[in-house]
Design a protein around this ligand. Structure first.
Ligand code: ZN
Ligand code: ZN
Length: 829
């Protein structure tokens, strides 16, 4: 019988589905394990990146089930978002129709891969049964003060026709379409993620060990905490003050000028009546009309202009000229910067350009800095000098002492600043969850009443050619009654950022069909947190930070009780072809469906798992998938060739008494070693490729030993036990093949319900050990030595080896070191 993956795979997929083999619930008394892969955007077809992602997750899910865990492994669709609208415009089809037909298509494709999903938990974020809960959360956040509306300059993508959160701008470009991002003044809804900055940072500590270090440090950098001081400078001959934020209060004695952001509210007051006034106004106008990206670029030529005003340094009374500078941002710190050119490179360049003085206040050890000859700023630590009462202490110590002094003298305080900004969740697009507020001329902004939810996204609208949302032009959506006074009002036409949907879907899965609540507390508390989350490293900031924040916000609104959504994170690498990521536009795509038709799902899965460790990128190769196909066939043929010889036994069931030959002993030993190695590789390090290699070795040994073992009862038992083990160990990787063979071997219970085999230490005790013999550090022999041999016996055997004798001939043996079971080291000269 030839190996026929199409027939076998369809058969078992149907059997598993009919029997609900992957259904789980939260009432089990087994320990739980929640495995989740980042859910896909329903673009229409699965690609190799998906196959890799879900195959990794499926191994974890199936393995954990075999380890006796109650495993939840759900799947759903991140279904709102722009591509649906763009496709709708291009193909003249409604985004809802496009999305749902893509979902149907992808569900079929995923099912063909045999993943152990509990499909009863399937969800699509564009369904009102999903997004209605998000609208409920919105109202709760509004009530709690976690949401607010504000007008300010926003990142705007002219191609996507919508705003972007800071996290969604990468190097000045739109994360989705690479268009240069512009600035636009708009009133938008913001979630107060900055209220959680400290907790988001501190709780990274809890994720250490479970998350990749790289992702943790990317989050740390994004949150960007800096400790420093706010120092108050008084404007000369005035009551006005200018507070500055600095991370280097230890350098305050070295301030030689001050720089204000062009938008700083003090600028007008400072220049009033000064001869510089007109020039400063012209400068401010020029800089404020530049876009933010340009202004924050590292390549920006630093420039500024003197206001004619001075302020007073509170620590030493020095008169400090005040400049307006293009590189100071009004929304970072206080929009004013104290400049210390001797110790800050940007200030140094500025000072040299405008011929401003330098004062050295930190002297690094072993150096004598001279302001006249310095060619760059020195930021290295050292001793404080020229710093009044602080002279002579280290600058690290000084940071805190100066901050305390400022506080005691009412001219400053110790502060903490973050790079993180509040999350703008408004989007000016159609295909998203409506924001549940209305605007009433009499009452202002009025939250919708909870009993009126969901506010449904109208589906009977035509998407516009230019990409602008049709919602503002849809009177039956816009016109509504004010929930407060009942008078005619207008509904908000912005929709929510789709990252809101992906911030809580893991919680919805725990009770996805609940019509009365976003989730049932008992189910959520049982399953949470996700034990193993798997996805691409490109989500290291955006999605993962949002989901962590959302969890904490829901916790503080009383919806749940845990702090972190994902206990362990695995970030998988990419599938490459010709050295770059597979993409339609590059034309370097391998379609998983074609590969399944050619080789079967088991082979495609196996190749994705065997090609490289999960975190690494791997190159798609024909030879690689051929190799996987050959191995699958090799297992199949082994069973064929042993037809009539195999008996129905459990893995690891042969005993020492069954092993009457050298071959039998060898197979039993290898069988148990393989169970240990494969289990350790999967469980401890996700090294699926080395786990598979270990099984391959066992299969090789079975081919070599089979003829010696067949024909007698004990030999058959040893063979059958080892083959059972191969089938069990391979079942997370190639589940259909293994299930089919398991049935052929006469097992009544399906393999999906089998437990991971248990190895025994007794079986792994070796009779014979390999000992390496070195002469003067060079390997001269490898000896098979009885495990029971003592040190003297091993030394004797080593000395008697022909090759060893050749290398000590004519020399005197000075020393022999024996490490039992491993090494004999002979020193001779
Ligand atoms: Zn864009
Ligand atoms: Zn009203």
């Amino acid at each position: 019988m030839k190996y026929d993956p199409q027939a076998i795979e369809t058969k078992w997929q149907q059997t598993w589905a009919t029997n609900g083999d992957f259904h789980t619930d939260h009432t089990s008394d087994k320990p739980k394990h929640y495995v989740l892969e980042m859910f896909p955007y329903p673009s229409g077809n699965i690609h190799m990146g998906h196959v890799r992602n879900y195959s990794l997750g499926d191994v974890v899910a199936r393995f954990m089930r075999m380890k006796g865990k109650n495993v939840m492994h759900p799947m759903g669709w991140d279904a709102f978002g722009l591509p649906a609208e763009n496709a709708a415009i291009k193909n003249n089809i409604h985004p809802a129709k496009w999305t749902h037909s893509n979902i149907d298509n992808m569900r079929t494709q995923l099912s063909r891969l045999g993943y152990s999903f509990d499909w009863r938990r399937e969800l699509a974020t564009c369904d009102k049964e999903y997004y209605r809960w998000e609208q409920v959360f919105f109202l709760k956040f509004l009530e709690k003060g976690l949401l607010y509306r504000k007008r300010q300059a926003q990142n705007w993508c002219p191609t996507c026709n919508t705003v972007l959160a800071n996290e969604q701008v990468e190097d000045g470009l739109c994360w989705r379409c690479d268009t240069v991002v512009e600035q636009r003044d708009l009133a938008q809804w913001f979630l107060r993620i900055t209220d959680y900055a400290e907790e988001l940072l501190a709780d990274l500590e809890k994720l250490k060990g479970g998350w990749p270090d790289r992702v943790i440090s990317m989050q740390e950098n994004w949150i960007g905490k800096s400790i420093g001081a706010e120092i108050t400078f008084t404007v000369e001959d005035s009551e006005e003050t200018i507070p500055v934020f600095t991370t280097r209060p230890d350098t305050v004695f070295g301030v030689s000028f001050m720089s204000l952001a062009p938008e700083h509210p003090m600028v007008e007051k400072l220049i009033e009546g000064k001869e510089q006034a007109d020039d400063v106004r012209a400068f401010v106008k020029r800089i404020t009309s530049m876009d933010r990206i340009e202004r924050t670029s590292d390549n920006l030529e630093k420039e500024g202009i003197f206001t004619g005003a001075y302020c007073i340094n509170p620590v030493n009374g020095a008169k400090v000229p005040v400049y307006v500078a293009n590189f100071v941002l009004v929304d970072y710190g206080t929009g004013a910067v104290m400049a210390v050119p001797a110790h800050d490179q940007r200030d140094f360049e500025f000072a040299r350009k405008y011929d401003l003085p330098l004062q050295v206040v930190i002297q690094p050890e072993g150096e004598e800095l001279d302001p006249a000859t310095m060619t760059e700023a020195i930021s290295a630590p050292g001793m404080m000098v020229n710093s009044g009462e602080f002279t002579g202490i280290t600058n690290e110590e000084g940071k805190d002492k100066v901050a305390v002094w400022l506080q005691e003298n009412n001219c400053g305080e110790k502060t903490i600043n973050y790079r993180l900004r509040d999350w703008n969740i408004s989007r000016q697009r159609y295909w998203g969850a409506p924001i549940p507020v209305v605007y009433c001329d009499a009452c202002g902004i009025v939250p919708e009443k909870e009993e009126n939810l969901p506010i449904e996204l109208p589906l009977n609208v035509q998407t516009r050619e230019d990409g602008r949302s049709p919602l503002p032009d849809t009177p039956e959506f816009v016109n509504c009654a004010c929930p407060k006074c009942g008078l005619p009002a207008r509904r908000e036409t912005d929709t929510m950022d789709t990252f809101v949907e992906s911030s809580w879907y893991f919680a919805r899965y725990t009770d996805a069909q609940n019509h009365d609540a976003p989730f049932t507390p008992e189910a959520l508390e049982y399953w949470a947190p996700v034990d193993q989350y798997i996805g691409g490293v490109e989500h290291a900031i955006l999605h993962l930070l949002y989901a962590r924040f959302f969890t904490k916000a829901l916790r503080d609104c009383g919806y749940l009780t845990f702090d972190e959504p994902f206990a362990n994170l695995l970030t998988q690498g990419m599938v490459l072809m010709d050295g770059s990521k597979m993409s339609k536009s590059k034309g370097n795509v391998v379609d998983p469906t074609d590969m399944i038709a050619r080789y079967g799902a088991d082979t495609v899965r196996l190749f994705c798992l065997f090609a490289a460790p999960p975190e690494r990128d791997f190159e798609w190769s024909e030879t690689g998938i051929d190799g996987s196909y050959r191995f699958v066939n090799r297992i199949w043929r082994l069973i064929e060739e042993l037809e009539g010889e195999l008996i129905t036994v459990a893995p690891c069931s042969s005993t020492a008494d069954d092993c009457t030959s050298k071959e039998a002993k060898g197979i039993r030993l290898k069988e148990h070693e393989t169970v240990k190695k494969a289990g350790d590789d999967i469980e401890q390090r996700f090294q699926f490729n080395t786990a598979i290699s270990a099984v391959m070795e066992l299969v090789n040994e079975l081919y070599l030993a089979k003829d010696a073992l067949k024909g007698d009862e004990k030999g058959r038992k040893v063979l059958s036990s080892a083959i059972s083990t191969v089938i069990n160990l391979m079942s997370p990787f190639t589940p259909h093949l293994c299930e089919e063979i398991w049935e052929q071997l006469g097992h009544k219970e399906r393999l999906v319900h089998a437990l991971w085999p248990t190895y025994s230490e007794e079986a792994m005790v070796k009779d014979v050990l390999t000992v390496v013999v070195q002469v003067n550090g060079k390997v001269r022999a490898r000896l098979e030595v009885p495990a029971s041999a003592g040190k003297d016996e091993v030394e004797e055997l080593a000395k008697n080896d022909v090759n060893v004798q050749k290398h000590v001939e004519g020399k005197t043996i000075r020393k022999v070191i024996v490490i039992p079971g491993k090494l004999v080291n002979i020193v001779a000269n």
